[in-house]
Design a protein. Sequence first.
Length: 555
Amino acid sequence: MNWITDLFIEESIPQTIIIFSLVIAFGIWLGKIKIFGISLGVTWVLFIGIFFSFMGVSVNPELKDFLKEFGLVLFVYTLGLQVGPGFFASLNKNALVSNILAGLIVILGVLTTILLFFLFNNSIGLMTGVMSGAVTNTPGLGAAQTTLSNLHHLDTDNSMVTLAYAVAYPFGVFGIIIAMLLLKRIFKVNIETETQKHEEINNTNKDKVISKHLKLENKQLIGSSLHTIFEMLPTHIVVSRMFHHGKVITPTPNEVLAEGDVLLIVAPQHLFDKLHLLIGSESDMDLKTAMNSNLVSSRVVVTNKEITHRRLGDIPEINQHDFTFTRLSRAGIEMVPNGNIALQLGDIIKVVGTKEGLANITKILGNSMKRLEVPDLAPIFMGIVIGIVFGSIPFQIPNIPVPVKIGLAGGPLIVALLLSRFGNKLYLNNYTTTSANLMIRELGITLFLASVGLGSGSKVAEAFASGNGFIWISMGIVITILPLLVVGVIAMTWFKKSYFEICGLLAGASTDPPALTFALKIAGNDIPSSTYATVYPLTMILRIVAAQLLILFFS
């Protein structure tokens, strides 16, 4: 029976795979345990890896290093594909204030880390580990370790960086929650009052897409085509239905307007003041439920690759008379369709038209979920190749003695962000279903965490025996809570953000799903999710970049 003992103890490829599998399995099982309703999730894989290493378990070092780097690449690349559309959307003016506040949280966290770095005279690598744990940002840990290795061509400091991250992380999760509760107490927040306040703010959102029925009262438009109205407006609108000569139709831009027409218009809310002046007042007629209408509406998913690389205005089959696109949903963002938009796989389009028209457009768009269930892996791995090449390009920065590389954390992430937004122009379709993306992402992060844990546990006793572990925890608490409280007060006092929005902002700026879960429980609604989703993409990028810059400028 020595063979089975050797299989678990002697360093080999099978032994390494077994140990990794055990670490990941135990870590994921423990990650389901909740303390006060909060779970540390996949981070338990890191703690189990540290425990195994502390108990003397060792694995093949070359295979461990490969799995660590490959896991990191898989994680950051699929993360980039997921947050990419939201990242570019978060740069628009509607999300500007929330993202500025989230960016301020990141900056204050970095400044606090720098201050503690000078006060306690620790290595910047170790301080970056503390900061990454305090803000619960695992990609930041990976970026820091990669940058340290690129600068020094060795990883002797990485085990202590991992330990600093590990001891700061749990207090980072609960620190975010403590910050939310302190803000609730400081401002004496009443949940019912906050709910009413948020509803009032939401109703005044000028860029929210809404629909209204307008009567044609402008005599000068009678006899003109519907296209005349489109030319007078600075923003695209959709006329989804029209009461015309006693019937409800889906109009074309060439439809001639007549007295008594009623138009059902889909447009941003701020545009309706101008539309009232241009067309007329709101009508009591409801064309959506009109008895004499043969129109129906449906939501269709784009699954036909052949139409995803062309403008809507350039696809003849789409510019027909018996259906109209009224809304387009992409990555959780709703927009008004227009001829300049290029469709992407997974887009959801609301279509209004006759039954025959809907049948035709459904066939053209695809609407076959089976096609989306099978991910196209070739573009994903091609994108990874481009990302690694980009991350390996050396850059010379003044006052830094060696060329700097973005590395395996930065290169694939940046390329994934760009491909998620512009990949269809290069015929690189990177669409994956949410479940497929999550599967690859979780596999990557568990491989990475297991690797860094198995390489760090031998120094646990040393860290706490010297008292350093407790110092790291204290510094992490400061880095967690101070920026969140400062920005929370600013957001509520100067920017009049609702408490629910602030909770989502704090959780998103910390890239922390458990904190979002707690915020949703406090709110009793899904309002925090919106702000969380708004700031998460940009904050994730800033956290990774901040970790790298700290190493580059203070190492």
